[in-house]
Design a protein around this ligand. Structure first.
Ligand code: SAH
Ligand code: SF4
Length: 353
């Protein structure tokens, strides 16, 4: 029988595995700590377990990391890994360092079925969902690279935040993504607080309230246009879940979360398509109509080989931001990171076709 992989099992599932080999539940707790607090991958080094138990565990289980197929570091220190899983499928994971912290950008699918016109990942057909273990292990492999084990308890971690903004639509793989984020935020292990986790979605409206109900992490919506006519041109998913449904779902998310939890709207600035002052005003009107506590994140378009769009000029982006801010919405212009290694938003892709 093949060995069972432990990364990605919930606490309950780990306890059941431990019971299966005839051990007591507290062993599962110890193992959880070794795996997720200490980052240990070798059963032989689990010093508070007897030699017999260590051998038994090694005979039954594995604690794996994905294979590193390639790794690149940008001039701005953004780092990108091409990870390969057991079946040969590959995805990319990015680490974006800030001065005293940093965010790991996790992928959730190999490719993406949403097919947004501006996105490199979307030009790669969906191959499969990632498992919870494959999502969790991206973070763990990234942390290995910075030697940040055992999990630091203070606020000065290198890997302090998680953004679910890599390859794939997370709400198309909701069970595995939620399971992975619960493991990553568990206080007995890696313990990234839910306030430091942001899930970004293209707007799978019926699943949005579940982010509040089942997870409680931050929510970002890839809006990218102020009305359905424009949005449908660049995001075919808008025909299925139009803006009204997304806004209603965001209202519900906000109602379910603690008061004060903003929804971030990501807005990609595409030259002469959605970057006019009228577009900015339409956007503020939309937010007022739904009375949402909203913030914007204006994203410069990151080009990729063969892409059909151009980035807006700096002046346009600046004017757009000012209109949103004058209406009372935060609207910072995101600084593109890791562009030289195709690690910026929307540039990830793992196949050549
Ligand atoms: N599928 C999810 C999460 C991954 S994409 C989503 O779409 O929200 C993360 C962000 O990058 C999204 O806001 C996406 O719209 C944006 N993005 C996609 N292509 C981009 C590009 N070429 N330049 C800049 N941002 C892009
Ligand atoms: Fe998929 Fe997000 Fe890219 Fe759209 S922007 S194709 S949803 S990864």
């Amino acid at each position: 029988m093949p060995k069972t992989e432990l990364i990605g099992l919930s606490k309950e599932e780990l306890t059941a595995q431990i019971a299966r080999i005839g051990e007591k539940p507290f062993r599962a707790k110890q193992l959880w700590q070794w795996i997720y607090f200490r980052g240990e991958t070798d059963f032989a080094k689990m010093s508070n377990l007897s030699k017999e138990l260590r051998q038994k565990l090694a005979a039954e289980f594995t604690i794996s990391r994905p294979k590193i197929a390639a790794e690149q570091i940008s001039a701005d220190k953004t780092r990108k890994w091409l990870f390969e899983f057991a079946d040969g499928e590959r995805i990319e994971t990015v680490y974006i360092p800030e001065e005293d912290r940093g965010a790991v950008c996790l992928s959730t699918q190999v490719g993406c079925a949403v097919g947004c016109k501006f996105c490199h990942t979307g030009s790669q057909k969906i191959s499969r969902n990632l498992t919870a273990g494959e999502i969790v292990s991206q973070f763990m492999a990234t942390r290995d690279a910075y030697g940040e084990w055992p999990s630091p308890t203070n606020e000065t971690r290198f890997l302090s935040n998680i953004v679910v903004m890599g390859m794939g639509e997370p709400l198309h793989n909701i069970d595995n993504v939620f399971k992975a984020l619960k493991i990553l935020s568990d206080g007995d292990g890696i313990a990234i607080s839910k306030r430091k986790i942001t899930l970004s979605t293209s707007g799978i409206a019926p699943a949005i309230p579940r982010v509040a109900l089942e997870l409680g992490c931050k929510l970002a919506i890839s809006l990218h246009a102020p009305n359905n006519a424009k949005r449908s041109q660049i995001m075919p998913i808008n025909n299925r879940y139009p803006i009204e449904e997304i806004m209603a779902a965001c209202q519900e998310y906000q109602r379910l979360m603690n008061p004060g939890r903003y929804v971030t709207f990501e807005y990609l600035m595409l030259k002469d398509f959605n970057d006019s002052e009228d577009d900015a005003r339409a956007l503020t009107a939309l937010m007022r109509q739904y009375k949402l506590g909203a913030k914007f994140n204006l994203i410069p378009f990151n080009p990729w080989p063969g892409c059909p769009y151009q980035p807006s000029s700096h002046n346009r982006v600046h004017a757009f931001s000012q209109i949103l801010e004058a209406a009372g919405y935060e609207a910072p212009i995101r600084v593109a990171r890791g562009q030289d290694i195709l690690a910026a938003c929307g540039q990830l892709k793992s196949k050549k076709n």
